[in-house]
Design a binder for this molecule. Structure first.
Ligand code: UDP
Length: 326
């Protein structure tokens, strides 16, 4: 048994690979390094350079390594970019995922863990979002992921494949041992940008919208430490391998922070003050998105280890300081 991890050189994938090799799973990473980094991949894993949509390559890897499970992280993930370049998002996220799922079925792969996103919910009517909330994405990114979820569901019901769709809320932080982290220097995610600003890597931060119907006018998100996401993946795969039926799970803590609160936390933890400019709303942003993660907690006995904003920020800061020195 071995696990094929697509996008295993990327931010979340590289953390999960460390989690898997630590428990002695055999791991093959497939990554085209379009946004990932070769040196982010744990040395115990086999690294293969290539595209998820390359059916011949994927089929060969499944056969050669005896792959029984795929964890599929490889994707384009920036919401505003997806609005500007929708076709590229459907090609990379949806079309390539279809090729991968098809190769998986034909190769006899048993289990599939898919990186989905809270963006599938769009602008949810309730702030607490359970998996039963209707999916109405408001960006091509969210739609491209939802389409893959639907393909997986249909393909699984026509085959023996079982899957876990993990809908990530806002992932942040870094490996506490700093073996890997968010290495994309130009990443646009709030905690990354705020941490870079605190360290003087960026000149200032812009707050996209301060007139939202929230207590301080800025958007609310549920920020989850990347290492708690690692444990969700490992538990999800264990569950599938034990014979659990396909499942969709929200991955978040169940409480949210506003943009102002995140910026205040980064100032507090770093000890550095910095400018934050109020700007108009950004296209495609939902007002408040917080996970109801009851199903993840109950079904997989998942309990977070790093559910503390200052810890998340401290780890993000430590990683960014390390990157700055490279
Ligand atoms: N945001 C911001 N300034 C930034 C980056 C993000 O005000 O430089 C806001 C963004 O508009 C959203 C929240 O922070 O309300 C989280 O955005 P992010 O891009 O981190 O994640 P998303 O929720 O879009 O996946």
């Amino acid at each position: 048994m071995a696990i094929l991890v697509t996008g295993g050189a990327g931010y979340i994938g590289s953390h999960v690979v460390y989690g898997l090799v630590e428990k002695k799973d055999r791991v093959v990473v497939l990554d085209n390094l379009s946004s990932g980094f070769r040196d982010a991949v744990a040395k115990q894993a086999t690294f293969v350079f290539g595209d998820v949509g390359d059916v011949n390559l994927v089929s060969g890897l499944i056969a050669e390594h005896g792959i029984d499970a795929i964890m599929h992280f490889a994707a384009s993930t920036v919401v505003p970019e997806s609005i500007a370049r929708p076709a590229a998002y459907y090609a990379n996220n949806t079309v390539n995922s279809l090729a991968l799922v098809d190769a998986a079925i034909r190769g006899g792969v048993r289990h599939f863990v898919f990186s989905s996103t809270a963006a599938v919910y769009g602008n949810p009517t309730s702030q607490m979002v359970s998996e039963e909330v209707p999916t109405r994405p408001v960006s091509p990114y969210g739609t491209s992921k939802l389409m893959t979820e639907m393909m997986l569901r249909d393909v699984a019901s026509a085959s023996g494949l079982t899957y876990a769709v993990l809908r990530y809320f806002n992932v942040a932080g870094a490996d506490p041992f700093l073996r890997t982290g968010q290495s994309t220097r130009a990443a646009t995610h709030l905690i990354k940008v705020a941490v870079q600003t605190a360290l003087g890597i960026r000149d200032g931060i812009e707050i996209y919208g301060s007139d939202y119907p929230t207590p301080d006018g800025t958007c609310i998100r549920d920020y989850i430490h990347v290492c708690d996401l690692v444990s969700a993946h490992i538990k999800a795969l264990d569950y599938l391998r034990r014979g659990g039926p396909s499942v969709t799970l929200n991955c978040g803590y169940g409480h949210g922070y506003s943009v102002h609160e995140i910026i205040a936390a980064v100032k507090r933890v770093s000890g550095n003050d910095f400018a934050a400019a109020l700007r108009p709303r950004r296209a495609g942003d939902a007002v408040a998105v917080v996970a109801d993660s009851t199903r993840l907690r109950e079904l997989l006995s998942w309990t977070p280890t790093f559910d503390d904003l200052d810890t998340i920020v401290a780890h993000a800061l430590a990683w960014e300081e390390k990157l700055k020195l490279q």
